[in-house]
Ligand binder design. Structure first.
Ligand code: SF4
Ligand code: SF4
Length: 438
């Protein structure tokens, strides 16, 4: 059986640009720019000073709250400045530590790493926390928090997300193909922390090579590799859970409400590197791709590397119109290509005008295409209308906060309405108004 869900769209996959390019380690830039917001939740607090020498893996930011994460130096060098810099997700300036590389890596490894089989759950969770690991699929939710469900939530299933439904991106595919043993170790570590027996790895059926490779390595370990119908947004947690287990995460709920924890492929590998090798999260795999890139590929890049450095490495064509962190469906358009790579940056996509050019927004013609494709069962056209009229409570009543911002509605809209822009705005205003009423 091939798992799937109701709704969704079929954008051109464009995986062929980078899918057969093995992962390469990119050289390290002379200067890295490390945000203290490299995770969801409270910003980290800077714990280094200007002119201080730091080693690769040394803590430079400590968690600023319960939902927060450690941040480490991605290079061996000297802190040359600490200042506020524009952050592409928050849209605001955030504390940023700027480090100039002075030598090859001198590592500061995590204390207590080694044989996970001899560790108890708390030791493993502590290593994951001290390594600053966050969800690397894009959400950047601190992993130690996600792996610590409260006692009243009985988790019985782990799902590893290898769907990679976002067009263009291929780093998860390459990771599954090339780092299968590390992935397996990461999965075993997570399994031990959660004390679960049931483990699935979901992969879209346009990645049959990965499905075959994973089955060869994982089936004997009791891990079921589940092919999923290639459809966007198959990698959304709620849709992945439904496609694999048939369980429906309730409105406003979390995967753990239905006994499931989902972890991305890259996160599982990062967990292995932290727990077994003692490496904090200071680098990540990402795809650099798009029709405006001369030599697309998959790379391991240090956190804090400016996007421009990465793009110079692959070469840009002259027709570049837009650069995104991520892919075209859920990616963030960069207003400045010096913005640095974050822990959640799974790709950098550079597109020419012929791909990005969109017609002017026209009035809604009530065709209901957006309703038919919405994987959350929402009425996107109505959400837009209510946000435009500033009726945020009414928009919330029909599911504004349930929107996963997948962009499927905008993808099919003949009037070229950018639903996600209105919905994001509506969510921000609604949250602010709700906070003000308290
Ligand atoms: S309303 Fe939200 S969840 Fe539904 S299709 Fe649009 S972006 Fe996706
Ligand atoms: S797809 Fe566009 S035009 Fe059609 S109902 Fe939705 S918002 Fe209106």
């Amino acid at each position: 059986m091939i798992g799937t869900f109701k709704g969704g769209v079929h954008p051109p996959a464009k995986k062929e640009l980078a899918k057969d390019k093995p992962i390469e380690r990119m050289e390290i830039p002379d200067t890295v720019y490390v945000y203290m917001v490299n995770h969801a939740g409270a910003p980290a607090k800077v714990v280094v000073e200007k002119d201080q020498e730091v080693k690769t893996g040394q803590v430079i930011g400590e968690p600023g709250g319960f939902i927060s994460a450690f941040v480490h130096s991605p290079v061996t060098g000297k802190v040359v400045d600490i200042k506020k810099m524009y952050h592409p997700i928050t849209g605001r300036p955030v504390d940023t530590v700027i480090i100039q590389k002075t030598s090859d890596d001198e590592w500061e490894f995590l204390e207590g790493h080694g044989d996970y089989e001899k560790m108890d759950k708390e030791q493993i969770l502590d290593l994951i926390k001290r390594a600053g690991i966050v969800g690397m699929g894009g959400a950047m939710f601190p992993t130690h928090v996600k792996l610590s469900p409260p006692p009243d939530k009985k988790v019985d299933t782990l799902i590893i997300n290898g769907a990679e439904c976002e067009p263009y991106l291929t780093i998860d595919y390459r990771t599954m193909m090339e780092r299968t043993d590390e992935l397996l170790t990461g999965i075993k570590i997570i399994k031990k922390v959660l004390s679960v027996d049931r483990v699935y790895i979901g992969v879209e059926d346009n990645k049959m090579g990965a499905i075959k490779k994973l089955r060869e390595k994982m089936s004997s370990e009791g891990i079921e590799v589940v092919p999923l119908r290639t459809k966007y947004p198959q990698g959304s947690e709620k849709h992945l859970i439904y496609a694999i287990t048939g369980r429906k995460v309730p409105r406003g709920g979390l995967p753990m409400d239905v006994g499931v924890v989902v972890q991305n492929v890259g996160t599982a590998v990062a967990i292995k590197e932290a727990v077994v090798d003692g490496k904090p999260l200071i680098e990540r795999g990402l795809t650099v791709t798009g029709e405006a890139v001369k030599n697309p590929g998959n790379f391991i890049v240090r956190i804090g590397t400016p996007a421009k450095f990465v793009l110079d490495h692959v070469g840009l064509k002259e027709n570049v119109e837009r650069v995104l962190f991520g892919g075209p469906m859920m990616g963030i358009a960069l207003r400045d290509i010096n913005i640095p790579v974050m822990k959640g940056t799974s790709g950098i996509t550079a597109l020419p005008a012929k791909v990005t050019r969109s017609a002017e927004e026209m009035p809604c013609i009530r065709c209901s295409r957006c309703v038919m494709v919405c994987p959350m069962g929402l009425q996107p056209y109505l959400l837009v209308k209510l946000v435009q009229k500033k009726r945020h409570d009414d928009a919330a009543a029909i599911g504004l906060m349930d929107c996963i911002e997948c962009g499927s509605c905008a993808f099919v809209c003949p009037s070229k309405i950018d639903h996600v822009r209105y919905i994001k705005l509506g969510k921000t205003v609604y949250k602010a108004l709700r906070g003000a009423k308290r």
